[in-house]
Design a protein around this ligand. Structure first.
Ligand code: XMP
Length: 511
């Protein structure tokens, strides 16, 4: 059975993913697509409804993103949010104007509660407004269904054509009962049934993969992270031993992590697993290298080489499995923001492995949905809720040259930090935390002896998207315990400092 679908046309607004989330939280499957998607493609996808996101442009500017005007003739319900409402107005013959001042913030909106979009609401409700342009006159056939003190047309509808526009953002938390507006659109207007759940996704995906791959052979690069692990287990449930996983252990993982990954996949899931212990190889490539971007590049390339060598030994394969998830694939059609660090997951695509096709079973899921799928598949919580770990691993947490000795020091210090955070019950609340081995040596005293040893920095951040974040206020007693354990238990460390910088201006990782 085909899932009900809501298509979200992305006009470059900062909340586009959030809209997709809200729709899925209502158990309706949604996809964000570029605003210029063709009419044919839309028809092919046959959505139950379409949402236009907001965006930074003005409908009158030269390069304003516009969709195919025939979209309004398809008979599919459309909800235009902010810029989306202005675009609908512009295309259908109403007028949009620039206000003298921007309206920003949570604002009282008067609404017409007889509209199916506002069913169940009081006559005023607080929503987030964030705009300069506004709809001066609604297009013919439309009715005003909302206003604020400075915006005459904060909402509009054409019930016959099932077209709706709202100037405010129902998807953000500062809009009160915002999700109810989305629910009303999905259930009162698009007539969705809301039967999309993760367990049906898991079951359907396994069946579809089985059908597609048949007796073919698949290969998966396993990193021990959540995404590749869930992808591998899905594939293994579908095709059993016709899946081979290659786990390239570059030796830059956290303490005991490599063994743990091997244990889970070999013992619990009985997956065909090849573990390559390649620490020496990576360390020799990294010898003398101090530049962070160079380290990333070397590790990425070497990773692919090792993977290719192992893949060749297996012989012909048909499918290459990738753990790509939804936020990795969303393309706004409006270009991407600038690159601060080359964040590509280690691996990329091997050039010298012969395969027919790539399979990406998690392409449509958000991170928390991937986690739910992982739990459905009985993957241990320690792996499902593992904090993000960068592909280049500890190499970008050791400032300066990476050596075996430094790696050993960092693994011990990091493991103590993680253990104490866990004991303090903070593990799920801090989104990412780790130790960094700085390149700084300083003087200390231990017993009656002078020491001259390394400084370890502790980093912990609270974030939802990892694009911005604030440093986490770990209680002093926990920091005290961590510091005293590290200097006492880890050789060659005589000082511990705590990083109290948020992102921006600092990044989460030190390199
Ligand atoms: P930054 O340091 O840019 O990190 O604030 C944001 C998030 O991305 C992770 N990160 C990486 N992940 N390869 C990865 O796969 C990388 O080269 C890389 N660099 C940073 C970082 O751990 C954090 O979660």
């Amino acid at each position: 059975m085909k899932n009900e679908l809501i298509l979200i046309l992305d006009f470059g607004g900062q909340y586009n993913q959030l809209i997709a989330r809200r729709v899925r939280e209502c158990n309706v499957y949604s996809e964000v697509v570029p605003y210029n998607i063709s009419i044919e493609k839309i028809k092919e996808k046959s959505p139950k409804g379409i949402i236009f996101t907001g965006g930074p442009s003005s409908v009158y500017s030269e390069n304003a993103p516009k969709c195919d005007a025939r979209i309004f003739e398809l008979g599919i319900p459309i909800l235009g949010i902010c810029y989306g409402m202005q675009l609908m107005t512009n295309v259908l013959g109403g007028s949009v104007k620039k206000a003298k001042t921007r309206e920003y913030g949570a604002t009282e909106v008067n609404i017409d509660t007889t509209s199916p979009l506002f069913k169940g609401f009081e006559s005023t409700n607080q929503f987030l407004m964030s705009h300069t342009d506004f709809v001066e006159t609604v297009p013919e056939g439309f009715k005003n269904i909302g206003s604020t003190s400075s915006c005459p047309n904060a909402a509009m509808e054409n019930q016959d054509k099932k077209l709706y526009g709202i100037q405010f953002h129902p998807e953000v938390n500062s809009s009160i009962n915002g999700t109810q507006v989305i629910k009303n659109f999905l259930f009162n207007i698009c007539k969705c049934s809301g039967d999309w759940v993760i367990s049906s996704f898991t079951k359907d995906t396994i069946e579809k993969l089985r059908e597609k791959i048949g007796n073919g052979k698949a290969l998966c690069a396993l990193s021990g992270g959540v995404d590749s692990s869930v992808a591998a287990v899905l594939l293994s449930k579908a095709i059993g031993k016709n899946l081979t996983c290659i786990f390239v252990d570059h030796g830059l993982l956290r303490k005991n992590e490599g063994d743990e990954v091997e244990r889970i996949f070999r013992q619990q899931f009985d997956i065909n697993l090849i573990r390559v212990n390649a620490q020496d190889r990576f360390l020799s490539k990294l010898a003398g290298v101090v530049d962070p971007e160079k380290k990333r590049k070397i590790i990425g390339e070497e990773f692919i080489r090792v993977f290719e060598e192992e893949a060749k030994k297996i012989g012909k394969i048909d499918y290459l499995v990738q753990g790509t998830i939804y936020p990795d694939v969303i393309e706004s059609g409006l270009g991407k923001s600038s690159v601060i660090k080359s964040h590509h997951n280690v691996g990329g695509l091997p050039e010298h492995v012969d395969f027919k096709e790539i399979v990406e079973p998690l392409r449509d899921l958000f991170k928390d949905e991937v986690r739910k799928t992982g739990l459905e598949l009985n993957i241990p919580e320690s792996l499902v809720f593992r904090q993000p770990f960068p592909g280049p691993g500890l190499a970008i947490r050791i400032i300066g040259e990476v050596t075996k000795d430094k790696l050993d020091i960092l693994k011990e210090a990091d493991s103590i930090f993680r253990e104490e955070v866990d004991k303090a019950g903070l593990a799920r609340d801090i989104n990412q935390y780790f130790a960094v081995l700085t390149n700084l040596k300083s003087v200390g005293v231990m017993g009656d002896e002078r020491t001259y040893d390394y400084t370890v920095a502790l980093r912990a951040v609270k974030t939802t998207d990892f694009m911005t974040g604030v440093w986490y206020k770990i209680p002093y007693e926990v920091l005290e315990k961590v510091s005293s354990r590290i200097v006492n238990e880890v050789n060659h460390v005589n000082r511990v400092v705590y990083d109290i910088t948020s992102k921006p201006p600092a990044t989460i990782e030190w390199e």
